[in-house]
Design a protein around this ligand. Structure first.
Ligand code: ARG
Length: 461
């Protein structure tokens, strides 16, 4: 039996269909199609310019590739699993298009540097789109924060009311997380913006290729300096998966908060109908499904990171077929992150904030206890003693069923002569927040300053 594969020369028998299918990647790497064509176009231009192939051969191949690109763009290209992957499918299609001269395209190139090039081009593109969506989300957070500088909410530790804070301050904490995500992705881009093309199978080539030319044509900032590394490095994907894991962890934390906040118990926000779903049995339900789903999807992104780390951990240099497993997780992560960022931005910009409910919940608790202790400490009492006194008053109030602001002045003065009428003003949540003006604190002036800083930062990208 003759083997008709592009690599079939040294084979006497063909793969059986089911084995062929197991080895094939076209079922998912078809997504690399436009990048594969782009890579081939650069390669053939270089082959022509360096005289490795004749100018008319290069021109014929270039015209064929451009035709394939046009056919791809109009959705006409059909791939065949018997051609294993995107690279061999493209070569087969090119051969149909221009005949045997197509066979010259693969001069001084291997699928190993080809696939690496495709992956770099693909991820570079996607990183750009993700960076843009992340910027949009950060803008949404800033806009929302700007509206809510003076919206008071309980700040929590251990999920217990701790001290009142500004809602803007809470939002800006997420803004900070997402800014770090942007920085990580920008660094990720530096490692992605390198050309492996010209490393060939593993060792370079004897043809007088011009790697800098292909890198330039493809818009890469630099090249890999070691051919073994060029074909077997997947750090740029690992960095992407790891940065995405951190990013979706941030999204997931924010989702968890939204889910809490829109519950009956909190009632701090109400998500718009566009981002909520109903129940098939309970007519009253409005569920924060999309937030739950983003929270849930963090699992698959972490999974993809662990999967690729495991694939890579024992790979000897250079290319091994194991590396084909780098794709599905990356594609899925790209999709998941892009959609999650859009959904989050949409949920935040369309939700209704119940300011009153937030404020009231800081007035029916003991989150102003620190205010009372600080009040005493400012009047000279050692903070530890102040803490003790306030702790006892909190206990007294909880037993009696009222709050610190309900204690009559006469009782306060029995406890400490340092306490005067001005204590009631100090105990108000509004005062407590407004006065926390230490650098990076929740005080209104601090937040306004931080908003200005963030706006400038965002303009820079
Ligand atoms: N489909 C392969 C992959 O994704 C392309 C490279 C194949 N190279 C090889 N020597 N078999 O990794």
């Amino acid at each position: 039996m003759v083997n008709h594969k592009l690599w079939g020369g040294r084979f006497e028998a063909s793969l059986e269909g089911w084995v062929e299918e197991f080895g094939a990647s076209i079922g998912f790497d078809y997504r690399l199609a436009p990048y594969d064509l782009q890579g081939s176009l650069a390669h053939v231009k270089m082959l022509g310019q360096t005289g490795i192939i004749a100018p008319e051969e290069a021109a014929a191949i270039q015209a064929g590739l451009e035709k394939l690109l046009a056919r791809y763009e109009s959705g006409e290209l059909e791939f065949d699993v018997r051609n294993e992957d995107i690279h061999m499918n493209m070569e087969a299609l090119l051969t149909e298009e221009i005949g045997p001269v197509a066979g010259k395209l693969h001069t001084a190139r291997s699928r190993n540097d080809q696939v690496a090039t495709d992956m770099h081009l693909y991820l570079k593109d996607q990183l750009g789109q993700i960076a843009y969506k992340l910027l949009n989300l950060r803008q949404v957070l800033l806009d929302l924060a700007e509206e809510h500088v003076e919206t008071i909410m309980p700040g929590y530790t251990h999920l217990q009311h701790a001290q009142p804070i500004s809602f803007a301050h809470h939002l800006l904490a997420y803004y900070q997380m997402f800014s770090r995500d942007s920085q990580r992705l920008a660094f990720n881009l530096e490692h992605t913006d390198l050309s492996p093309l010209g490393a060939a199978a593993l060792a370079g080539t004897t043809f007088p290729i011009d790697r800098e030319l292909t890198a330039d044509l493809l818009g890469f900032k630099g090249i890999y300096h070691n051919s073994l590394d060029a074909v077997s490095d997947r750090d740029f994907i690992l960095e992407f998966l790891s940065n995405s894991s951190i990013l979706i962890m941030h999204l997931s934390r924010l989702c968890e908060e939204l889910i809490n906040w829109c519950s009956y118990e909190y009632g701090f926000v109400s998500l718009s109908d566009t981002f909520s779903t109903g129940s098939s049995i309970m007519p009253q339900k409005k569920n924060p499904d999309m937030a739950e789903l983003i929270r849930g999807k963090s699992g698959r992104v972490y999974g993809h990171l662990f999967s690729l780390l495991t694939v890579m951990k024992s790979l000897p240099l250079a290319y091994n077929k194991d590396l084909q497993e780098d794709k599905e997780g990356m594609f899925d992560t790209v999709d998941t992150i892009q959609k999650s960022l859009d959904i989050m931005a949409g949920m935040l910009s369309s939700m209704t904030v119940n300011k009153e409910k937030m404020l009231v919940s800081t007035q029916q608790d003991f989150s102003n206890a620190t205010e009372l202790a600080d009040y005493l400490a400012k009047k000279g009492l050692p903070f530890r003693e102040a803490h003790e006194i306030v702790g006892k008053l909190v206990l007294e109030c909880s037993k009696a069923g009222y709050y610190l602001q309900d204690i009559p002045l006469s009782r306060y003065q029995e406890v400490s002569s340092l306490i005067g009428e001005d204590i009631y003003q100090a105990l108000e949540s509004q005062t407590a927040v407004q006065k926390r003006n230490s650098l990076g604190g929740t005080g209104f002036a601090q937040i306004r300053q931080e908003l200005e800083r963030a706006k400038k930062q965002l303009k820079k990208g």
